[in-house]
Design a protein around this ligand. Structure first.
Ligand code: SAM
Length: 311
């Protein structure tokens, strides 16, 4: 098989270009060879650079992965995630018929913008977007139209909480309505700084802190993490749950983390990008303690978690 051979430092950029220009063979995995990365090429494509031939084993072929289920339930609101709106309408009727606790159903046309708001259209039931969701023994007010919230991360939030010790200072850099922060403050004697750029999310976070009687334990901070985090800390744990673009903030997160502190990092990407990200952690002087898949995202990408220690 033919590969484009590039230096490790240039690999991320080359992979992005290879996907955009269509010369990268996305049915095979990227390989590693010393300080170089080998990017698989589609037949008949010759991008500029060094092209090499290598034998590949069958396991190097990417396998199709299962898609995620077709709807989520947040409080008493169901959010249908299939592309076809007609199919979404059919699913909406059967959700209402078979789930007595669901009273409104929306179609999700995707999440967009810095504030990660959902583009929703109303399908069935009684129209409302504000609901109360319960997970891991906490109460969360969520406006499904104005803020990001995913019930699929409930187990993940408890896992993170279980890795945090009493007495820690915790920074939740992209906190949303505060599900990680509030879970930790509820079960650990910690002080949590919870940052988000979306004013609606911070408004709901304040309400959630009060609803869970955690006033003074979680400090909501409205603003761009890049600006408002500098000068705070040092923190014992930093949570980075901005899975589409966390690398832009890795320097900020690590700058306020104490030596020996932990970073809980999430990223949606393919395996090749994940390995490059792990390399970035190592280059920044961190030790990877854990790496695992949280859930599938698309046929080619998954959401991954990296737990790393500074120093
Ligand atoms: C994927 S959501 C995660 C929310 C929350 N951690 C959760 O589990 O529900 C990412 C959040 O990051 C916020 N965000 C995006 N860019 C930001 C930035 N530069 N500074 C602070 N928050 C940001 C968005 O408003 C959004 O609420």
């Amino acid at each position: 098989m033919r590969f484009l051979k590039v230096q490790k430092q240039m690999a991320q950029e080359a992979i992005t270009e290879g996907k955009r220009q269509g010369w990268m063979d996305r049915t095979h995995r990227v390989a590693h060879e010393g300080d170089f990365v080998l990017i698989p090429l589609r037949p008949g494509h010759d991008p500029p650079g060094e092209v090499v031939e290598r034998e590949v084993e069958e396991e190097a072929r990417e396998r199709p992965r299962p898609f995620r289920s077709s709807f989520d339930v947040v409080g008493d609101i169901a959010i249908v995630k299939v592309r076809d709106v007609e199919r979404a309408r059919e699913i909406a009727s059967s959700i209402l018929a078979s789930n007595s606790h669901v009273s409104a159903v929306f179609h999700d046309a995707g999440i967009s913008g810095t504030e990660r708001r959902r583009r929703l259209s109303f399908l069935a039931g009684s129209y409302h977007t504000l609901t109360e969701h319960r997970e891991n023994g906490i109460r969360l007010f969520v406006d499904v139209e104005k803020v990001y919230f995913s019930p699929r991360l409930a187990t993940e939030r408890m896992r993170v909480c279980n890795r945090v010790a009493d007495g820690e200072r915790v920074l939740d850099m992209f906190a949303g309505i505060g599900p990680f922060s509030i879970t930790i403050a509820r079960y650990r004697r910690c002080s949590v700084t919870a940052v988000d750029i979306n004013s609606d999310a911070i408004g709901l976070m304040r309400r959630n802190i009060e609803a869970n009687r955690l006033l003074g334990r979680v400090e909501p901070v409205l603003g761009d993490a890049r600006e408002v985090v500098a000068g705070r800390g040092p923190f014992d744990s930093v949570i980075m749950n901005l899975p589409h673009s966390p690398d832009e903030f890795l320097d900020v997160g690590l700058s306020v983390l104490r030596e020996g502190g932990k970073v809980f990092y999430y990223r949606i990407c393919d395996l090749d990008t994940l390995y490059l990200t792990m390399e970035r952690f190592r280059e920044a002087g961190c030790q990877i303690l854990e790496k695992r898949k949280v859930h599938g995202y698309s046929p080619r990408e998954d959401m991954y978690h990296i737990l790393a220690r500074k120093g």
